[in-house]
Structures are given as structure tokens and as C-alpha cells.
Design a binder for this molecule. Structure first.
Ligand code: PLP
Length: 388
């Protein structure tokens, strides 16, 4: 009776069960926290006041989004030094919905495939499957920095490939798509009639220095769909506003926009109040963004001061984003280590396999928790490694 888009086995995995048991025993230091609204960040109480603008009492359906919101998002790109026409911006409720819309635009159900990077965002598995799209993986390889393994990209490519997904900065490696990789990806997409979907939800969070120049993708020979959203850019996942910014050869962009208009008109999913509030949210949210950035940098510094390589564990270099990767000795499995941390120390971390690292053993921690709690948690991780 039910579609295979939803997996038959939906039971929680062993680690999720161990987490539930640990929570039943008492407080857990959660180094997997991804919800910025639960991280002790101060949100100005009137931040959402734009949502009560009475002008939103009149419904003005606009499939690609209201003009003012699209212009506010174009201005937000300008802040990063990127020139994006408001006409080429499409509003969505979230980045996750943006993926779904783009799969509808680009893929034949049950037949087309898209290439996703590993290690990267685990939700790609559900996002592709729920839209009837085949996921094929290409590798990022680590040699002091993460770059695209171009051979694995070519091996993954099939005549049915419609898009390559890239995440910059990537979750969880914090790596960005730099010049040479940008060229490899766009050249292949251009010559093989595929689109590049570039997820930039973490672009506002450089951990030190500058992130890769976003103009690395300017004048691309293929359709590029940049994704962003309020969820990360001002720490408001519950407000539900994301966007797609299109770039590429003019004829393809205009055909894509025309088709996107039909898809978006079918659902009209983005609420009028959030569209009317977009400008004020983006402007006032800067204060929240700054606090999140300060938090990430504080925790990143603390992490690197505690995990120094002494117990065989090292923190991999990262350019940006909300997480950090710790390489740990592969003397026991990631699962065994993460379970021991939960059961003995009441600390939750993600094992690397969750993000499909090429081999064991890695732990992934969120840089969002409150600094005192984060420091205590990291100390416990290091002590557990020392005790091994
Ligand atoms: C790489 C990446 N893309 C997209 C999302 C989801 O963003 P949204 O809340 O806009 O759907 C996340 C959430 O963690 C993410 O890590």
C-alpha cells in the first residue's frame, strides 16, 4: 500500500537508543546540537515583529516570491560581494524544499540520478529518495585539505545524471569548493547538460580568515542553483524561508525560471507574512548571525586547545560552518567510542559514518553549544581517548 520512497525500516538506530537511555538517566552534554534557538543565543524579542505587518492580510500570490523579498535577498548576496539579479531568485520555505523543487525541475522520476558528495549532509539520502531520484556518490578526499576526487565524480556520472550537488562550506568538513574544483564541476556540468546545485547555507560562518571567493562560480558554462536560507544565515529555522539563486547561460536560466514558476505556482508554499518580513529579518538578524559566529569561533579555539594530538586525536582544519571533525585512533569503532561517551560520560557526539567518511575513525561535534558546556564535553571526549 505504501511507497518505497519511505524506507520500510524506520526503527531508531543503536546510537539513538543509547542517547534515549542516557537522557533518561540524567542531563546529557549534547555535542550534536544543531538548533541555534536552543543554544543560549540572544534573539532580540522584536525580531519577528515584521511578521505581523497588516499588509500581509491581503493575499498576493506570487509563485517565485514577492518582489521586495527577492530584492532583499539580492542585497544579502551583495553583502558577500556577489551580484545576483532579484529576477533570478526563487523563494522557498527552506533549503530542503529547494532541493525538492530542483529535483522536480531537473529529474525524471525513478530514472534520473544526482551526484552527492561524501562526507557530507546525511539528509541527501531522504531528500533524493522522497523525490524518486537516484543518489550516486562522489568523494571529497582529504590531504591536509578537502578537495573533489574528480575520478570518483567521473565514475559516478551516468547518462541519467541531471545534477551535481556541492556544499560550501560543507557539513561537516567545513571545507569550501575552491577555484580549481569549481572549474572542474562547472565544466563537466556544462558539457554534460547537468546543473550544479551549490548549497551555501553556511556561507556566513568563516571560522577564520575569508571563505573561498564566491565569485569562483561567476559566468558559469552551466546552470548553477545557489541555495541559502534564514535557517542558518540568521539562526531562524522555524521561520521557514529559503531561496534559490540561478546563474548560468541566459537561455537556460530563463527556461529554468519559467518552469520553476509552474512548480512553485502549484504549491505556493511560502507564506505572505514571511515574505513581507524578509527584508527586516535579514537586516535585524545580522545581530544573531554575529553572535553565532562568535560562538563558533570561541568553541573552535577551545576545541583546538584541548584536542592537540596528544592522545592520537587531531582536529581537522576547517574553513567555515557549524561543525568540527576530530580524527581519532581507529583502535575501536566510531560506534563503540560514541556509545562509550554516551554511556559513561553522558556526552553525545556523531560518529563519522553518519556522514559517510571514507574510513574510520572520526567524530563530528557541533560548535554551537554554550561555551562552558562545550568545553566540559570536549574535555570528557579527550579524557575518554586518553583512557583508551
Ligand atoms: C548542508 C545543509 N543544507 C541544508 C540544511 C537544511 O536547511 P533548511 O533548514 O533551510 O532546510 C542543512 C541543515 O543542517 C545543512 O546542513
Amino acid at each position: 500500500m505504501f511507497s518505497t520512497r519511505v524506507p520500510a525500516d524506520r526503527r531508531p538506530n543503536d546510537l539513538a537508543r543509547a542517547l534515549a537511555r542516557a537522557r533518561a538517566r540524567g542531563p546529557v552534554i549534547d555535542l550534536t546540537l544543531s538548533n541555534p534557538t536552543r543554544a543560549g543565543i540572544h534573539y532580540p524579542p522584536d525580531l519577528l515583529s515584521g511578521l505581523s505587518d497588516p499588509a500581509a492580510l491581503t493575499y498576493r500570490p506570487a509563485p517565485l516570491g514577492l518582489r521586495d523579498a527577492r530584492e532583499a535577498i539580492a542585497a544579502n548576496y551583495a553583502r558577500r560581494g556577489l551580484r545576483v539579479e532579484a529576477d533570478r531568485i526563487v523563494l522557498t520555505t527552506s533549503t530542503s524544499e529547494a532541493y525538492s523543487i530542483l529535483f522536480k525541475l531537473l529529474c525524471e522520476p525513478g530514472r534520473s540520478d544526482v551526484l552527492t558528495p561524501v562526507p557530507s549532509y546525511p539528509l541527501f539520502e531522504h531528500l533524493t529518495r522522497l523525490d524518486g531520484v537516484v543518489q550516486r556518490r562522489y568523494a571529497l578526499e582529504y590531504h591536509g585539505a578537502w578537495t573533489v576526487d574528480v575520478d570518483s565524480l567521473d565514475r559516478a556520472w551516468t547518462p541519467e545524471t541531471r545534477a551535481v550537488l556541492a556544499v560550501s562550506p560543507n557539513n561537516p568538513t567545513g571545507s569550501t569548493v575552491r577555484g580549481a574544483d569549481a572549474e572542474e564541476l562547472t565544466a563537466r556540468c556544462g558539457s554534460r547538460q547537468a546543473a550544479l546545485i551549490l548549497d551555501e547555507v553556511f556561507c556566513d560562518y568563516p571560522l577564520h580568515g575569508l571563505l573561498a571567493d564566491p565569485r569562483a562560480f561567476s559566468a558559469p558554462p552551466c546552470l548553477i542553483c545557489r541555495l541559502g536560507g534564514l535557517s542558518k544565515s540568521i539562526g531562524l529555522p522555524q521561520v521557514k524561508l529559503g531561496w534559490i539563486a540561478l546563474d548560468g547561460p541566459a537561455g537556460i536560466v530563463s527556461e529554468a525560471l519559467d518552469r520553476l514558476e509552474l512548480i512553485c505556482d502549484t504549491y505556493l508554499s511560502v507564506s505572505t507574512p514571511v515574505q513581507m518580513a524578509a527584508r527586516s529579518l535579514l537586516e535585524r538578524g545580522a545581530a544573531v548571525r554575529q553572535q553565532i559566529l562568535d560562538r563558533l569561533r570561541t568553541n573552535d579555539t577551545a576545541l583546538r586547545a584541548v584536542v592537540t594530538g596528544a592522545g592520537g586525536a587531531t582536529v581537522l582544519p576547517a574553513e567555515g560552518g557549524w561543525s568540527a571533525v576530530i580524527r581519532v585512533p581507529a583502535t575501536r569503532s566510531e560506534e563503540a567510542l560514541a556509545t562509550a561517551l554516551l554511556e559513561r560520560d553522558a556526552v553525545a557526539v556523531h560518529p563519522g559514518y553518519f556522514f559517510v567518511f571514507p574510513h574510520e575513525a572520526f567524530l563530528v561535534v557541533s560548535l554551537l553549544p554554550e561555551p562552558d558546556e562545550f568545553a566540559r564535553g570536549i574535555r570528557l571526549v579527550q579524557d575518554r581517548l586518553d583512557a583508551a
